[in-house]
Design a protein around this ligand. Structure first.
Ligand SMILES: *Cc1c(COP(=O)(O)O)cnc(C)c1O
Length: 400
């Protein structure tokens, strides 16, 4: 089937929830994707920060293939070796954590919300403080924690017990904490919200505030975690340890998996029957995640993300000075946002014409989420396209 045939067929059967680009992909290799008409694209999007090792990474492919041949599912009534190994691995990466496996970021956050509610239950604490501009998922709990009105429209009433404050505003959190507050929930960098990077001491000051109030700090690492910032977890740039973190997106190297990791003394409030997921801990997904962690730890991938990501940020800043339509370039490692003086959409479209996949978010932010193992040559190829696209969009914005 070609692009048009696949797209027509898809829309004859799909619920209309995505405003998607009319492209259908058939295969990928490293930083490149190939569409159904045989055209090659450089991928600075990674399926929304998911395929962080690029497409068809040998470690991930081998892990999935080997596990699929052995066993694909047994349920959480039993155990499997990939699940056991991944639980132990994530527990050690976090430091004496207890892991709950889910299938997505929203579900990982649901688990975090449930653990916190149960932890606070005896003391009458149930309320969450999350931040404006945040994104935590589309299920009712995670949606209620999400600080963006547009996602709430038409779905009220939401789950009660969620308060919103400005991101990167510690004083606002302090003013909002009361006897009913159970947890503060934040992203280390707001991804969907526009790659909004807080002050370096934001998480440390939140940690201190939560300690003094005797409440939990939940850090949503769904987008920034698993090496994207140049460290395994985004909070590791700050010297603190959250009480709970959530993971998904890049964790499975393209296979759906989510995880919540909580400090063991907090996680102990969960007992058999209090939470569950049929697919959670699926052996294929866990085998893929183990391969992802191996690659991150053993192949120098995070060092590359820090180095090439830093290079991309520097070059974008230089480019922005000449094109005149870049207000600010933000980010860390391979999560990068260029805040523009006009909507990001025309830039995304210009890049697409030159077969580069990038993403626009928060209206005016051009977001780059390239593979963590991107080479300097691939970075330069993408930057050349972005520079032309920014120039074209700047001229169009001036003419308009
Ligand atoms: C994408 C995202 C989620 C939701 O993940 P899903 O897998 O789409 O449910 C939650 N939190 C953050 C920070 C995200 O970027």
């Amino acid at each position: 089937m070609n692009n048009a045939e696949i797209i027509d067929l898809a829309h004859s059967g799909l619920l209309n929830t995505y405003g998607c680009t009319p492209l259908a992909f058939v295969r990928g290799n490293g930083a490149y994707l190939y569409d159904a008409d045989g055209i090659r694209y450089l991928d600075f999007f990674c399926g929304l920060a998911v395929t962080s090792l690029g497409h068809g990474h040998p470690r991930v492919v081998r892990a999935i293939r080997d596990q699929a041949e052995k066993l694909t599912h047994v349920s959480n009534v039993f155990h499997t070796e990939p699940m056991a190994r991944l639980a132990s691995r994530l527990s050690r990466l976090f430091g004496d954590g207890r892991v709950f496996f889910a299938n997505s970021g929203a579900e990982a956050n649901e688990a975090a919300i449930k653990v916190a509610r149960r932890w606070g239950h005896g003391s009458g604490r149930f309320e969450f403080i999350s931040t404006l501009g945040s994104f935590h998922g589309r299920t009712f709990g995670s949606l209620s924690a999400t600080g963006q009105e547009k996602y709430h429209q038409g779905f009220q009433p939401l789950v009660p017990g969620f308060k919103m404050v400005d991101f990167d505003d510690v004083a606002a959190v302090e003013r909002t904490i009361n006897k009913q507050t159970v947890a503060v929930m934040v992203e280390p960098i707001q991804g969907e919200g526009g790659v909004v990077t807080p002050h370096l001491d934001y998480l440390a000051r939140l940690r201190d505030l939560c300690d003094r109030a005797g409440i939990l700090l939940i850090v949503d690492e769904v987008q920034v975690g698993m090496g994207r910032s140049g460290k395994m977890f985004g909070y590791q740039h700050t010297g603190i340890k959250p009480d709970i973190i959530t993971l998904a997106k890049a964790l499975g190297g393209g296979v759906p998996i989510g995880a919540m990791v909580a400090k063991s003394e907090i996680a102990s409030v969960m007992t058999p029957g209090t939470h569950g997921s049929t697919f959670g801990g699926n052996p294929i997904a866990c085998a893929a995640a183990l391969a992802v962690i191996d690659a991150l730890e053993q192949d120098g991938v995070m060092e590359n993300a820090a180095e090439i990501g830093g290079y991309l940020i520097d070059r974008l800043r230089e480019i922005g000075k000449t094109t005149g339509n870049v207000r600010e370039v933000r980010g860390k490692g391979m999560i990068i946002g260029a805040a523009l003086t006009h909507p990001a959409k025309p830039v995304v479209e210009e890049c697409l014409k030159e077969h580069l996949l990038v993403n626009g978010t928060a209206d005016t932010v051009l977001r780059l989420l390239p593979p963590l193992n991107l080479t300097r040559e691939e970075a330069d190829a993408g930057l050349a396209i972005i520079e032309r696209a920014l120039r074209t969009a700047a001229a169009a914005a001036k003419g308009a």
